[in-house]
Ligand binder design. Structure first.
Ligand code: HEM
Length: 556
């Protein structure tokens, strides 16, 4: 409904959209409006070109938080302040649900934990969280190591053949293999092979992303699923995945073992043949557990836990390569703590600098960059940062984008926010101009795996916050540390060609459209052109991975 305009000029509405615009103004008011929020006026180019969160950042610098944004018939409130984020995610969580996100994801994830309505969510969350217990995570660290072995082999081949590698693709594959094995004991083997099941996973992910960027639910149009080729393909792929999941669920149910949570938590995972989360859920919840419920839970984990971690690894390698001093520090620590061994949980805790690197990557490239909510009961937002509107009203039914990207990249909440500076999490940061915000206090995350949202009083939200916070946070964090440690120990990377000064090169911000890597919004922040790199074996370092034991069966 919006017509493209030259960069920097206000967006224009087409004739048909003009009607919608006046409808919006009747419902929400024009500026200054019923809800008191400024209305963003900008160019469509700012939110098109696949980097919507960058456009939202430009509007944030001129409008503060919250501001209102109209897309044709749709209107969103964009929130970019830690005090308001804390209000929505933690203090008034019961007033919000997942809104359009749930509508978009329902055909794929069903009533899985991410899109689940609050009532379903309460029951599901209680059943799933105990699955991520300490003994299991400990064992998973070993599994991450095993799943990285094929990646090391494939990088070795590329190094020997002097072949350029797309590291984004490689990290996607290893993350998929890890999630398949840990969540439902399935070998995708995607680092080494391609199969219809693997392409079905990618197709489902692509469709989920496409839907989240599409203003109208075209998949709900009568007969569209039978007629539109892209939907027919998607439904076919979803069936392939559903069949695999059903078979695995039946298998797990047929071999159900124990039901006592304490017994499950005390398991000696070294001797367990199938340590997957599915096994835990079936053992815990009984053989009569609903297959559809299990299917939704598993599909949600598969999608939530795969691309997110792959993106962290991709941007981590990108930033470390751009910052050779940081790369040297990370490598020195890996050499010192892990060497040729497969990393353990204790190693991950000891590699503090590597953990700071992962934290910094999650700050600069939050996955997802926007959280989506819909207001269920009228609400009023606190002001937060000086200059924001006082007492912004949120009407019931209003859709909200909570821009984690804006909060993570704002100089109001972080010193030099565009600089890759892992050590920032060891320093205090305060800003009296943000009313009711406690700032960042490094003491508040001492002894923890990563800097939590409470250490930054909601100015750091890599895994969200409040009761709908990510259940896989520690899993993903450990997976990122193990993978980076194993790869950086053995290989050296460089960008294929250094572009000269004055042109857009690797040193520029990847949001630039001509950047050789580039940024693109999906559910996560992807590269626009892949992370193509030259890879070399690290001189004087063995490629052999010394095992820790652990009894995990990894095929292929
Ligand atoms: C929720 C980020 C890995 C499972 C979330 C949320 C974020 C997030 C921001 C909150 C969404 C919201 O409030 O709307 C990440 C990142 C990851 C990651 C950055 C990797 C670096 C994982 C993994 C799993 C997982 C590995 C599972 C194995 C989930 C689930 C939820 C969730 C089930 C929904 C929780 C609920 O609503 O109760 N994740 N996640 N995530 N994540 Fe993750």
């Amino acid at each position: 409904f919006l017509q493209p305009t030259p960069q920097g000029t206000p967006c224009q509405f087409s004739d048909s959209a003009q009607i919608f615009k006046s409808n919006i103004e009747q419902i929400y008011g024009s500026y200054p409006s019923y809800d008191l929020c400024p209305m963003a006026e900008g160019a469509l180019d700012d939110i098109a070109e696949g980097t919507m969160f960058i456009g939202l950042q430009q509007y944030f610098s001129s409008n503060g938080s919250p501001y209102k944004l109209c897309f044709g018939p749709k209107s969103f409130l964009v929130v970019s302040d830690p005090v308001q984020a804390r209000h929505v995610l933690r203090e008034n969580n019961d007033k919000y649900d997942k809104g359009i996100l749930a509508e978009i994801l329902e055909p794929i994830m069903g009533k899985g934990l991410i899109p689940a309505d609050p009532e379903t969510w309460k029951v599901r969350r209680k059943q799933i969280v105990p699955g991520f217990h300490k003994a299991w995570l400990n064992h998973m660290v070993g599994l991450f190591g095993y799943c990285n072995v094929p990646l090391i082999r494939s990088l070795e081949e590329a190094a020997e053949a002097n072949k350029e590698v797309d590291m984004e693709e490689k990290f996607c594959s290893v993350a998929l293999d890890i999630i398949g094995k840990s969540v439902f004991n399935y070998d995708f083997g995607s680092v080494t092979t391609s199969s219809p099941v693997v392409s079905a996973v990618y197709s489902a992910l692509l469709e989920a992303e496409h839907r989240s960027m599409t203003p109208a639910p075209y998949w709900d149009i009568p007969l569209a699923n039978q007629v539109v080729p892209r939907l027919r393909k998607f439904n076919g792929d979803l069936k392939i995945l559903d069949d695999v999941l059903t078979e695995l669920i039946e298998l797990a149910k047929g071999s159900r073992q124990v039901e006592d949570i304490e017994e499950l938590e005390a398991r000696n995972y070294g001797s367990v043949k199938d340590p997957s989360l599915l096994r835990f859920l079936v053992d815990m919840r009984g053989a009569d557990i609903d297959n559809k419920q299990l299917r939704d839970d598993l599909m949600t984990m598969l999608i939530a836990g795969h691309e997110t971690t792959a993106a962290v690894l991709t941007w981590g390698l990108f930033e470390l390569t751009r910052n050779p001093d940081m790369m040297s520090r990370a490598r020195a620590e890996i050499d010192d703590v892990v060497g040729d061994r497969m990393p353990t949980m204790e190693d991950c805790m000891e590699m503090k600098f590597l953990r700071l690197v992962v934290a910094e990557v999650l700050r600069m490239y939050p996955e997802p960059p926007l959280l989506i909510r819909r207001c269920r009961t009228d609400d009023v937002l606190p002001r937060g940062r000086e200059g924001n509107v006082e007492g912004a009203r949120v009407k019931r039914g209003m859709d909200m984008f909570l821009s984690v990207y804006n909060i993570h990249r704002s100089p109001d909440f972080w010193e030099e926010p565009d600089k890759f500076d892992p050590d920032r999490f060891t320093r205090t940061f305060e800003n009296p101009k943000v009313e009711g915000w406690a700032g960042f206090d490094p003491k508040k995350w001492e002894g923890r795996l990563y800097p939590t949202e409470t250490a930054a009083d909601f100015a750091y939200l890599p895994f969200g916050g409040g009761s709908r916070k990510c259940v896989g946070d520690e899993f993903a964090y450990l997976e990122s540390c193990v993978t980076l440690a194993m790869v950086l120990r053995r290989f050296e990377f460089d960008f294929p060609e250094r572009l000269g000064k004055g042109e857009v090169g690797y040193d520029e911000h990847p949001k630039d459209l001509n950047h050789p890597v580039g940024m693109r919004t999906g559910a996560t922040i992807h590269t626009r052109q892949g992370l193509k790199m030259n890879v070399k074996k690290r001189p004087g370092v063995s490629l052999v991975v010394v095992e820790q034991g652990g009894g995990i069966e990894v095929k292929g």
